[in-house]
Design a protein around this ligand. Structure first.
Ligand code: SF4
Ligand code: SF4
Ligand code: SF4
Length: 357
């Protein structure tokens, strides 16, 4: 089982597309350790935490204390324990990366490549790229396979391929992108068409580097190709069960975007998960989205993500049109890439995907 620990809503940056309502709340040690006790109380052998914010590294002491405590509990049961952390990278240093190595924390860096200074800024509006340069080297020296995630405002839709190429040339090989999904983001037909052209360019870029010694792994395409070949859904939303979210005050919610909404409260780290609330939320999320009935690519689309739907439309079953258009475009170009690789006889493509389908 996994918990997402929302260590704080606070952040040292003020990115242009941030949806987080920043506030001073921080999870204290008592709540974090109680979350740990609760996680292990379910008796699973495989457990994990996602360390999330705001910026999780603002709570470094709590992270270190919690993970040491979790490691002891895990040792007692002889289990497996894994952590993920998404960070803006500003507070990364060698000491923390040594700690991450020791505790097997997979770090994902949010970085917008050539758009970093425009989109990801300090609170005084200054760009962050200079501060991040040494952090990138440090991170990649510890975790060469670290994932980097870039986000795009609608006005920068035409710079997706350039950004992926920049990140690849900077040393990242596992790259993901997402678009600004805030309800107020102004996606229109024109910038969606531009995005589609960018994914066509990414087909070429991924093909060019697919069999190189350091392959470019564009994770958006990879997940769509894999889901086609193995016949499994691209994501399965087991809302409230897969990855409950713990707020800084120790209250439990079904997932990130439901945090602090009393309609979705599922208990707290001291009294445990309210099984009736969890069941109600889980089954509510399993109802199909009426607008997707009969869609040929339904299994490969991320429309199941209750969080995304809820944050954009206020209804976990109502898929925003921009999400539908975006998923169609991604799937079309993922298929375009798979066709190119298959037809060219790419050795890595046959190795990675050859046993599926
Ligand atoms: S680093 Fe994340 S939490 Fe902080 S401002 Fe940027 S998007 Fe928001
Ligand atoms: S709401 Fe989205 S992020 Fe949360 S469990 Fe469902 S698919 Fe995953
Ligand atoms: S592509 Fe659109 S209609 Fe099809 S499953 Fe996704 S959101 Fe629904």
């Amino acid at each position: 089982m996994n918990f997402t620990l929302h260590l704080t809503a606070d952040c040292d940056l003020a990115c242009r597309y941030c949806y987080e309502k920043h506030g001073p709340e921080r999870m204290d040690e008592a709540a974090a350790l109680a979350a740990c006790d609760l996680l292990f109380s379910f008796g699973h052998k495989t457990n994990g935490f996602s360390l999330f914010g705001g910026e999780p590294l603002l709570c470094r002491k709590v992270i270190e204390k919690t993970l040491r405590y979790a490691a002891e509990k895990n040792w007692e049961i002889g289990g497996k324990l894994a952590y993920r952390m998404t960070t803006n990278g500003v507070l990364l240093d060698e000491d923390f990366l040594d700690f991450a190595d020791e505790h097997n924390i997979m770090i994902a860096l949010s970085h917008d490549g050539p758009l970093q200074d425009e989109q990801r800024v300090f609170k005084n509006g200054a760009g962050t790229s200079e501060a991040l340069e040494p952090k990138i080297d440090m991170l990649l020296s510890h975790q060469p396979e670290a994932v980097v995630m870039a986000t795009f405002l609608p006005k920068n839709a035409g710079r997706v391929a350039e950004t992926v190429e920049w990140l690849y040339n900077r040393g990242f090989s596992r790259i993901n992108t997402c678009i600004d999904y805030r309800p107020e983001a102004d996606w229109n037909d024109e910038n969606m068409a531009e995005l589609d052209r960018q994914y066509a360019l990414l087909e070429e870029l991924c093909e060019k580097h697919f069999d190189s010694p350091r392959p470019l792994r564009y994770l958006n395409f990879e997940s769509k190709i894999a889901s086609y070949l193995n016949g499994r859904p691209c994501i399965e939303c087991r809302l409230g069960v897969k990855q409950p979210s713990i707020a800084p005050d120790g209250k439990i919610y079904p997932c990130n975007q439901f945090l602090n909404d009393p309609r979705y409260l599922m208990g707290d780290v001291w009294s445990g998960i309210d099984a009736a609330a969890q069941r109600r939320i889980f089954f509510e999320a399993q109802k199909p989205e009426a607008s997707c009935e009969g869609c040929a690519i339904e299994q490969r689309c991320r429309h199941h993500c209750a969080c995304l739907n809820f944050s954009m439309t206020g209804d976990m079953h109502k898929v925003p049109p921009v999400q539908c258009a975006h998923e169609r475009s991604l799937i079309r170009h993922a298929d375009g890439l798979a066709k190119r690789l298959y037809e060219s006889g790419s050795p890595r493509f046959m190795r990675v995907y050859g046993n599926n389908g």
